[in-house]
Design a protein. Structure first.
Length: 525
């Protein structure tokens, strides 16, 4: 029987890259084996569609199959059907169709507005910080997750959406009809002075406008605000476009310096990138802040500036993503993002931490042993190693705030107090006058108002209450609770009940006293 290779070969063109040219790779490939496997896949897909007992969606089935294949590779190689093109656009441009708000989720599963972008449809419509989202187009959100809610709120610019919300401390649902617009979140959400001579800016992502925004912020800080040194915050920045990382390095490094090189499976991906313009601030003292969520393009900037001894890196070891992806067009408007290369900073090191081509018996990526890591050297001869992200020059570990401060930070209490202050005209005016007179800070009156608010919101008699989840339990109270349970299980509790009761009373938290004891830390948050 003559085999029909036409269908699997066409499918190969779709999967590999959307065109015949994609098969002309300058590497040795077993095209018969590839064609064979595609024919098997095509046959299995056809038989399932014909004979499976329940109706199938070919689109959903193919999406699941492709995603399962890609999942076996690495977390960054991903498939995007046509319906997810908005996500692809957002990754490169930072733009999306929406209303310009951000949401948070409370411990009880309700959703609330945590941020409203200036001049966005959400702000113009009258939505407020702290509003609870109840409905989208008349559909309750109580049975939805954050991802699904985000998908419902986003949409084509010019289309309408109705959001039903309840304002803080009210149960009445108010419906807002809002027209979506193209939303662009700034790559530099904030810059300003943190001392008379020190400028600070934070970069949240690397989209197409990142280097332009950083440049504008640096000019404002140095020319208009008097900054003589810069703190550049890349904490939590998961990366983005490689060329923007190179352009940002160029702001601090003169023309002609290699910044990053790439090495891939094909010669097309063996590339070097360097600075091509005159540096904006070639000599200004520079500190880079990083944490374990700083990745990819953030690591190119920090790693190269460290290699060139151009900046001091402060914080924690970065994430360790030394892989480069490119998005390829597929048939019918879909896309695939493929890991095509590894990148190497100016010293020649690759920061990639996990090895997805060498998985353990559990299917998890492995980490290269310390003894096999290569050492590289900065311009001034300082040793730096590969395979561990960017290791800071000065390590500062995350602060352990303890159960009181940590619990308050995780309970949205501070956010709710800010919303309470904003919505209270008298308190808001007092705060504005205080800032105008003395600069930003918490006055004694404002601290007392916060304590009063906390005592109203948190029931110190309960670890869980009707308003919020507040983990108001120390290690000591946890141990006493464990002791009580163990004594009950062993039959010793009845005869020692008074002793256990006294012990629980001794270690019982007192919210007002604990707030007072942690006042200095809480004021600084």
């Amino acid at each position: 029987m003559k085999k029909n290779f036409r269908t699997p070969i066409l499918l190969a063109l779709i999967v590999i890259g959307g065109g015949m040219v994609s098969l002309r790779l300058p590497v040795k490939e077993d095209y018969f084996e590839m064609s064979k496997q595609l024919e098997i896949l095509n046959s299995a897909f056809r038989e399932l569609n014909i004979f499976y007992v329940d109706p199938l969606s070919p689109g959903d089935l193919m999406k699941t199959g492709i995603e399962a294949i890609l999942e076996s590779l690495d977390p960054y190689t991903r498939y995007y059907p046509e319906s997810k093109m908005e996500d692809v656009r957002f990754m490169s441009t930072g733009e999306y169709g929406g209303v310009g708000l951000s949401l948070g989720e409370r411990w009880d599963g309700t959703f609330f507005i945590t941020d409203i972008q200036e001049d966005s449809p959400a702000e113009i419509s009258g939505l407020r910080l702290g509003d609870n989202l109840v409905e989208i187009n008349g559909q309750t959100v109580s049975n939805l997750n954050m991802k699904k809610i985000g998908e419902l709120i986003k949409g084509t610019s010019g289309t309408d959406i109705e959001l039903g919300v309840s304002h803080a401390n009210t149960s009445e649902i108010v419906t807002f009809s809002i027209t979506r617009q193209k939303i662009k979140r700034p790559d530099v959400p904030y810059y300003g002075m943190i001392s008379d001579s020190t400028g600070y800016l934070i970069l949240s992502k690397f989209t197409r406008t990142a280097s332009v925004e950083v440049r504008k912020a640096l000019i404002q800080l140095t020319d208009s605000m008097g900054a003589k040194q810069i703190v550049f915050d890349l904490r939590g920045n998961g990366g983005g476009l490689l060329r923007e990382a190179v352009n940002i390095v160029n702001l601090f490094v003169p023309k002609g310096q290699e910044v990053v090189s790439m090495r891939g499976k094909t010669a097309d991906w063996n590339k070097n990138y360097g600075t091509t313009r005159k540096a904006l601030l070639p000599d200004i003292p520079l500190v880079i802040l990083m944490d374990d969520r700083s990745a990819s393009a953030s690591e190119i900037v920090a790693g190269t500036l460290q290699d060139l001894d151009r900046a001091v890196i402060i914080g924690q070891e970065s994430f360790g993503k030394g892989l480069v992806q490119q998005t390829k067009k597929l048939a019918y408007g879909s896309r695939i993002k493929i890991t095509v290369a590894k990148y190497y900073t100016a010293s020649g090191r690759c920061v990639q931490r996990l090895h997805y081509d060498d998985k353990n018996s559990d299917g998890n990526a492995t980490i290269q042993a310390d003894s096999t890591l290569k050492t590289f050297y900065t311009n001034n001869g300082r040793p730096v190693i590969e395979g561990r992200g960017v290791i800071p020059d000065i390590e500062i570990l995350p602060e352990d705030f303890g159960f009181v401060v940590g619990g308050i930070m995780n309970s949205e209490l501070i956010f709710d107090f800010v919303v309470h202050t904003i919505n209270n005209a008298e308190l808001n005016n007092e705060l504005a006058e205080e800032i105008d007179a003395k600069g930003f800070g918490i006055s004694d009156k404002q601290w007392n108002e916060f304590v009063e608010f906390a005592l109203q919101e948190l029931d110190s008699e309960l670890l869980l209450n009707s308003k919020r989840k507040f983990p108001y339990e120390s290690n000591t109270t946890t141990l006493v609770s464990t002791l009580e349970k163990t004594m009950a299980d062993d039959g010793f509790l009845a005869e020692n009940a008074d002793l256990v009761s006294k012990l629980k009373s001794l270690v019982k938290p007192n919210l007002e006293e604990d707030l007072s004891r942690n006042e200095e830390t809480l004021r600084d948050l």
